[in-house]
Design a protein around this ligand. Structure first.
Ligand code: ADP
Ligand code: MG
Length: 697
């Protein structure tokens, strides 16, 4: 249950004075629907006002506070002509203009012959001093409490800065005093104030430098958020570890027969990842391990060896891929080895229906299937194993924490549940690994199998497209394959996007019957058919949107052409490039771009030409784009932060990580005074789902 002190913060924003239902909807879209969302909507700028008593050219375009005497109203009868009011400042005249101004209201606010104090931007319009829609109008004599500094919030249509300020001011009225959840020593060392004081400070900047993300107040608020993230992950992790897992001792024979069947020796990097995995499997706590390895680093073989161990110990394994194509591909690449080792392997995808499906499920439940490969279909409730011991999840970033947990629920609690091994080909900078996968142990395969040839990468202007297309004939004559990637086909997108369909038509005219097309709008069996035709060599050029991004293996593919490469993120370009040069032949990658390029775009293409190191590319990507965009947050399962910015606050993330671990070691049930305050912190950042692990632990 959410602590009572937080109730006011989780009220809906229309409970704030002055925020009606219509505004509430608009603000909710911008900031969120609760009072605390408004507080977390931090200013991105500010205005500084100058108090003046006379008009002067040098104040033009500045924000000023100025006393005036109202002279005359000029109401407007025409919507396009503003309502004007002339005023006197010393010996000079100031004209106020209001678009759609209501006469009655303005006459009340600014009665002729009276003095007022105004705040607004001083402008000059055809030689006259002018102010449009003053931000503040005060009766003279009223205490002048027009702020000299005023926060400017990120805004959207229908939500003015005045509205946001009002909402924030109101939200502050319901701000409760919260017990301190941070460690005293840390607060001292960093020179931080209380949460409440920091909140007030960030909303009342008194200079442009106070808007920087590294002011003490912003640092503290970011730290709070990062700490809540790390605490939540650590709670999940503790819960997994605390659970008695299964100890897989043995399985060496099955591993040996697989190893004997492999046409290569495992690299050192593969072996060391494998021994970390095996150690986890042998220990009697549950495994939750992430293997990070660049495209082509050979993660599948490691997974296969882990599966062999599990099956050798008498249990079953599951191998989950994000798409049908990939599930099928895993089956194809693994089956020769499992056959050789006498292991029974089967495929379950959404396409399997009726009798065939129920027959397979029966076999699975009887324990006649050793390894089940599949897509999300594996999550379905009626998929029951005889004894699931190990789940491999490939290309993690499409699955969330919840799904990870639901898979592990398919194991037998009496035997100690399911060990989980997650594999991702998306190199993730260390900072992000912590925020997204802090609950997992991580192994990295940093070395690629020997004999890979470097991929020659070039950036080419789009004007040379015809030339590029014509040059492909040599590749086709040598029976090589070419990927041609276009940005997504989306009707709503700008029309100059090179639509994959247009490109298909164009290339097909040059190379009749040798071109295939695959895009996101196709049905999955159409996609598969197009991929299969390309793999088989029936088509040699595959025009594609980014659906080919993940994991597809076509050894004959040697050329990757990416149109409008300037629109892709680095991680995506890297993934795409990883599709070629997988076999014996050298690969090349042509990054076509439409100039002129911005600085960031130039930097991206440059890095692509310089390196094939996925981790370096990922770090650069983070630097150039920021974490949110890095993997496409929605798809990536990465947490979105309200305040923390990983580019700036990664130092804090490390501290938060250690803080969380250390604290939960001494107070795993959050029972101490700081522990109770930490519960409040978790609720404040809506990470309370982690709290239930306390009870169930
Ligand atoms: P990824 O890590 O991208 O999933 P894969 O597991 O698909 O990589 O392996 C990429 C290719 O490298 C496959 O064709 C696989 O057969 C090959 N491979 C894997 N391990 C080795 C190795 N130790 N030596 C040589 N080739 C290997
Ligand atoms: Mg793979």
């Amino acid at each position: 249950m959410r602590p009572e002190v937080l109730f006011p913060l989780f009220k809906s924003i229309d409970t704030l004075k002055g925020i009606g239902p219509r505004l509430a909807v608009l603000i909710a879209k911008l900031a969120g629907e609760h009072v605390n969302d408004v507080l977390f909507h931090l200013p991105s700028g500010m205005v500084e006002r100058k108090e003046i008593t006379e008009l002067d050219e040098r104040y033009i375009t500045q924000q000023v506070i100025v006393p005036v005497m109202v002279l005359k109203h000029f109401p407007s009868r025409n919507r396009r002509v503003p309502y004007r009011i002339t005023c006197e400042v010393g010996s000079k005249e100031l004209t106020l203009t209001f678009f759609n101004g209501r006469e009655e209201y303005l006459k009340g606010q600014l009665p002729v012959g009276q003095s007022r104090t105004l705040a607004g931007k001083l402008e000059q319009y055809s030689g006259e001093y002018q102010m449009t829609h003053p931000d503040h109008i005060l009766k003279t004599g009223e205490k002048i409490d027009i702020p000299k500094f005023e926060a400017v919030y990120p805004l959207s249509a229908g939500v003015t800065n005045k509205t946001m300020s009002k909402a924030v001011t109101q939200a502050f009225l319901s701000l409760p005093e919260l017990s301190e959840w941070l460690d005293e020593a840390l607060i001292k060392r960093e020179n931080w104030q209380t949460w409440m004081a920091c909140m007030r400070k960030v909303h009342k900047p008194e200079g442009a430098d106070e808007l920087e993300p590294d002011t003490p107040a912003r640092l503290r608020l970011a730290y709070d958020e990062l700490l809540s993230n790390q605490l939540a992950l650590e709670l999940v992790r503790q819960n997994m570890r605390g659970k008695k897992g299964r100890s897989f001792i043995g399985g060496g024979d099955a591993q040996s027969s697989i190893e004997a069947a492999l046409p290569y020796k495992l690299t050192n990097a593969q072996n060391s990842a494998l021994s970390e995995v095996c150690a986890d499997m042998e220990s009697n706590s549950r495994m939750l391990r992430l293997i990070q390895g660049d495209v082509g680093s050979g993660k599948t073989a490691v997974a296969l060896m882990a599966l062999a161990k599990c099956i050798g110990c008498g249990a079953q394994g599951a191998f989950m891929a994000p798409t049908e194509i990939l599930a099928r591909q895993h089956l194809q690449s693994i089956k020769p080895f499992t056959d050789a080792a006498g292991l029974k392997i089967a495929l379950l995808t959404g396409r399997l229906k009726g009798k065939k499906r129920s027959a397979l499920l029966e076999e699975l439940q009887a324990g006649d299937i050793d390894i089940l490969i599949g897509t999300h279909a594996l999550f379905q409730d009626d998929v029951m194993f005889h004894d699931l011991g190990l789940a491999i999840i490939d290309e993690q970033h499409r699955f969330g924490v919840r799904q990870r947990l639901s898979l592990s629920a398919k194991g037998r609690p009496d035997k100690g549940g399911v060990d989980v091994l997650v594999m991702t080909a998306t190199p993730i900078p260390r900072t992000l690994t912590l925020t997204a996968y802090g609950d997992m142990d991580v192994s990295v395969i940093a070395e690629k199998p020997p004999g890979r040839q470097p991929i020659e990468t070039r950036a080419i202007e789009i004007e040379r497209l015809d030339q590029v297309a014509a040059s492909l004939d040599r590749k086709l004559a040598a029976n090589e394959r070419v990927y041609w990637v276009c940005p997504l086909v989306e009707e709503s997108e700008v029309s100059d996007l090179a639509a994959a369909e247009d490109r298909y038509t164009y290339l097909n005219a040059l190379y009749p019957n040798q071109v295939g097309l695959v895009h996101g709008k196709m049905k999955s069996d159409e996609k598969d058919a197009a991929m299969e035709a390309f793999k088989a060599g029936d088509t040699q050029i595959l025009v594609a949107t980014t659906v080919i991004e993940v994991g597809v293996d076509v050894p004959e593919a040697t050329v990757m052409i990416i149109e409008h490469s300037e629109r892709f993120g680095l991680a995506q370009l890297h993934q795409l490039r990883g599709r070629v040069g997988r076999g014996a032949l050298a690969g090349s990658c042509l990054l076509m771009y439409a100039g002129p390029l911005g600085e960031t775009q130039k930097a991206r293409l440059k890095i692509m030409r310089e390196t094939e190191d996925g981790f370096r590319i990922a770090e650069e990507d983070l630097r150039l784009r920021g974490a949110g965009e890095l993997l496409g947050t929605r798809q990536s399962g990465l947490p979105e932060f309200k305040i923390a910015d990983l580019q700036v606050h990664s130092r804090l993330l490390q501290i938060a990580r250690d803080d969380a671990r250390h604290f939960l070691e001494i107070d795993p049930e959050l029972a101490s005074e700081r522990g109770r305050a930490i519960r409040t912190l978790l609720y404040l950042f809506e990470r309370e789902s982690a709290i239930r692990y306390l009870q169930s632990g």
